[in-house]
Design a binder for this molecule. Structure first.
Ligand SMILES: Cc1ncc(COP(=O)(O)O)c(C=O)c1O
Length: 354
């Protein structure tokens, strides 16, 4: 069980959760309607292993228009969420003993997938502002197999500049390292621009999902897009563990990717207001940390005693060490929670910060 889920089970009744990394919005109606139509039209059988062609076309248009990167439908595999895309990509690329790099602290799956593939996970420490330090990345890159890049990042909420992403991709290309770019939070950035790693080199696998963007975590719909040689191998892993992503979710995803992003902008604006509310509240209470630029997380420095006191006061947050070896004195707050709940959580935290 991941550190996050284990922790959740200990929450007391009545606790306010700032723990889960899950949008609290309903899936937009036009997407739900497309799924209902798919059921009524009996689009409920297996699809191609790689996914419904029309969906892969829609994903390629999205990647061209929103991200400025070029893939063909044959270079896309539709998966059961970004989670499966990460698993099959890492399983495909990593052999026994290969080193897999990722930010520490970072999203929990990277280390686990590396271990399951027989590889050696190797966390890259972040700088004082919780951003990637290009020199620290370069130091670890020689002899490594894969670098997993995640911007905007879970758990830190940081967004890397295009220059940083370019430097990592280019150095990786020279070192023979494949970059896996996990972009599931790309739409939730407050004041900066998202830069897709695949803009800067051919040695990149792009991973994304409908999960966070369209509030569809339970639909299990994501994808990987990669050069032909990698897709050709990854589809073998995918077909034996998954066959295909759920057909109904695939038709829903076509509506998501072709239906315009007004719904996404609405969610982003709301997250931005919640971010201000939580950040202002925490800094007023004496917490001192840079304002995170993306996703819906704050990674807040605090001693373990204070962390425990906040839990005891009835606010669920996640201990930093769930995300790696370098984050014991931090806690992750998620602001994918209503403003009302954030306000109440701040009141409860105020009772223990003195
Ligand atoms: C950075 C990151 N990547 C991937 C995932 C998994 O996404 P999905 O629900 O699409 O499998 C998550 C979920 O929390 C995440 O935070």
């Amino acid at each position: 069980m991941s550190g996050i889920r284990k922790f959740f089970q200990q929450a007391r009744p009545g606790a306010i959760s700032l723990g889960l990394g899950q949008p609290d919005f309903p899936t937009p109606d036009h997407i739900k309607d497309a799924a209902i139509d798919a059921i009524r039209n009996n689009l409920t059988g297996y699809t191609f292993n790689t996914g419904v062609y029309e969906l892969r076309e829609a994903i390629c248009s999205k990647l061209a228009v929103e991200n400025g990167i070029s893939y063909t439908p044959d270079q896309v595999i539709v998966t059961a969420g970004a989670g499966e895309a990460l698993f099959i990509t890492i399983t495909t690329l990593v052999d026994e003993g290969d080193r897999v790099l990722f930010a520490d602290p970072g999203f929990v799956s990277y280390e686990a997938c590396a271990v399951l593939a027989g590889g050696r996970p190797d966390g890259v420490p972040l700088d004082d502002t919780l951003h990637l330090d290009v020199e620290a990345c370069k130091e670890k890159m020689d002899g490594a197999k894969v670098f997993v890049l995640n911007s905007p990042a879970n758990p830190t909420g940081t967004v890397e500049d295009p220059g940083t992403i370019r430097a990592i991709v280019e150095y990786a290309a020279d070192a023979g390292v494949t970059v896996i770019s996990d972009e599931v939070y790309e739409h939730f950035i407050y004041g900066k621009e998202h830069a897709s790693a695949a803009r800067f080199g051919e040695n990149v696998v792009t991973i994304n999902a409908t999960s966070k963007t369209y509030a569809m975590t339970g639909w299990r719909l994501g994808y990987m897009a990669a050069p032909d040689a990698i897709v050709g191998q990854a589809v073998k892993v995918h077909q034996y563990c998954q066959t295909c992503a759920t057909s109904i979710s695939q038709y829903a995803a076509i509506a998501a990717y072709t239906g315009g992003n007004d719904c996404v902008r609405m969610m982003k604006d709301e997250y931005a207001q919640r971010r201000d509310l939580l950040y202002d509240g925490l800094t007023r209470l004496g917490f001192d940390f840079p304002k995170p630029e993306g996703a819906f997380y704050m990674f807040v420095p605090m001693e373990r005693e204070l962390f425990q006191a906040i839990i005891n006061a009835g606010v669920v947050i996640i201990p930093g060490d769930a995300f790696g070896a370098n984050a014991g004195n931090y806690a992750r707050f998620s602001y994918a929670a209503s403003r009302e709940n954030i306000t109440e959580a701040l009141k409860r935290i105020a009772t223990v910060t003195g």
